[in-house]
Design a protein around this ligand. Structure first.
Ligand SMILES: Cc1ncc(COP(=O)(O)O)c(C=O)c1O
Length: 463
């Protein structure tokens, strides 16, 4: 006899884990519930059916072998911050911009673009798999510059992605499918999600040296020798600017040497550009590493994000760009990126794409964006300087704190170890990741001296 899929699912799911006799009794019970459910006393039997099936389902879950996932190391910091009632508490864990009053910030230029979009009342039809054409054009041109040969020769395959993370994930899927014997080299340390992304895409990775704890600076020699030692044709993941978590970027001369080695070894550069314009305040300056690699005629991948520079964190807007040797190759690569995207999420969201396209496509809004971006970058630079000044003024030990000024972007590696970072949180109520990273975007000038006291105490009094 045919039965409702819901009813048969409930009874078979619940009963299959039971021993034989109990399963028989259970089925009998479920069947009688099912029968009364179909009888006259509709409401009572409906309640009793759901009570029976729910309690059985909980006792015999098919998911009991699933263990508790560890909390996300960055998002967990915010949860702990919220639970702290101390009035001096500071959240320097999460990488989101805050105003001088430590409030989240929606850019005025975004509000203006959204007002226009409301007036235009455009429809919400599906986008094509590759995303909004006007966005894809704008994002590639922002990255390379409108007159760049790679744009003029149509050598860039651009596909709108689900912000930086989703764009990296799509690129990882491309690597997994078309370069199954290649691995990705990632910096040590790197943004925590990089490893998750490549793990889930089943792309092997290994680390290259990047951070030197002795100088709280770049381990350039280590980086170069690890990139040299990697198997030919590896993908080398590079942070285009404002390296996360360290805030330490190579100098222009060092970038040239990195490009030389990558070229010699036939590696494929893979840039993660999550902070264009947000690091230095200039879109062009922050794209200079990527443009230098493109000018050498190399093929490369670039993931972009508009979370930070346009404050569109929750809109999930970004892109993956693959610079190819010819427009023909780019055309084919784009078709495969679309093929990978289709079963993952079908097509991307429209709202953030329209915001970016409308801002970049309107000269007034574009200029206003650049001003607002420069002012966000400027506020971060000014608290960085104030923190440095406070450290120098308060610390009599002769320690050189100048590494803080050499870093760029919203993050600063303080050089504090795990125990010292714990002291920052437990004693001073300063919430930060345990690798010693602080987000200067969560700091106001009023709090710099307090933070300096906390750092000095943790550095000198905790080993
Ligand atoms: C280096 C780096 N890459 C990518 C991202 C991705 O961010 P989103 O997915 O919000 O664009 C971040 C965000 O913090 C980042 O720091």
């Amino acid at each position: 006899m045919a039965s409702s899929p819901i009813l048969s699912l409930a009874s078979s799911t619940a009963s299959s884990a039971l021993p034989c006799r109990r399963r028989f009794l259970h089925n009998l019970k479920a069947t009688s519930n099912q029968m009364t459910f179909l009888g006259n006393d509709h409401i009572n039997s409906k309640q009793s059916f759901f009570r029976t099936s729910m309690s059985v389902a909980v006792e015999n879950s098919k998911f009991t072998d699933i263990t508790m996932a560890p909390p996300d190391p960055i998002l967990g910091v915010s949860e702990a911050f919220r639970a702290d009632t101390n009035e001096m508490k500071l959240n320097l864990g999460v990488g989101a911009y805050r105003t001088e009053d430590l409030q989240p910030y929606v850019l005025n230029v975004v509000k203006k673009a959204e007002t226009l979009m409301l007036e235009w009342a455009e429809n919400k039809e599906y986008l094509p798999i590759e995303g909004l054409a006007a966005f894809n054009k704008a994002t590639a041109e922002l990255l390379f510059g409108t007159e760049n040969p790679v744009i003029l020769q149509q050598r860039v395959a651009t596909v709108q992605g689900l912000s930086g993370t989703g764009s990296l994930r799509l690129a990882a899927a491309l690597i997994e499918r078309y370069f199954p014997s290649s691995k990705v080299l990632i910096s040590s340390p790197t943004w925590g999600n990089h490893k998750n992304i490549f793990n889930d895409a089943r792309v092997p990775w290994s680390e290259y040296r990047y951070y030197d704890p002795k100088t709280v600076g770049l381990d350039f020699d280590g980086m170069i020798s690890d990139i040299k030692a990697a198997p030919e044709g590896s993908f080398v993941l590079l942070h285009g600017c404002a390296h996360n978590p360290t805030g330490i970027d190579p100098t222009p001369e060092q970038w040239e040497i990195i490009a030389d080695v990558i070229q010699e070894k036939n590696h494929i550069p893979f840039f993660d550009v999550a902070y264009q314009g947000f690091a230095s305040g200039s879109l062009d300056k922050d794209a200079s590493s990527v443009r230098m690699f493109a000018a050498r005629g190399l093929e490369l991948l670039i993931a972009q994000s508009y979370s930070k520079n346009l404050g569109l964190y929750a809109e999930r807007i970004g892109a993956i760009n693959v610079v190819c040797s010819s427009s023909d190759v780019a055309h084919r690569v784009k078709s495969q990126l679309k093929r990978l995207a289709r079963p993952m999420y079908s097509n991307p969201p429209i709202h953030g794409a329209r915001i970016v396209a409308n801002i970049v496509g309107n000269s007034d809004l574009f200029s206003e964006w650049k001003e607002e971006m420069a002012s966000m970058a400027g506020r971060i630079k000014s608290v960085r300087k104030k923190l440095y000044d406070s450290l120098c003024a308060k610390d009599n030990s002769g320690k050189d704190w100048s590494f803080i000024l050499k870093q760029i972007g919203m993050f600063s590696f303080t050089g504090l170890n795990k125990a010292q970072s714990d002291n920052m949180t437990n004693k001073w109520h300063v919430y930060m990741t345990k690798d010693g990273r602080i987000s200067l975007a969560g700091l106001s000038s009023a709090n710099c001296e307090y933070l300096a006291d906390a750092i000095i105490d943790s550095y000198h009094n905790v080993s």
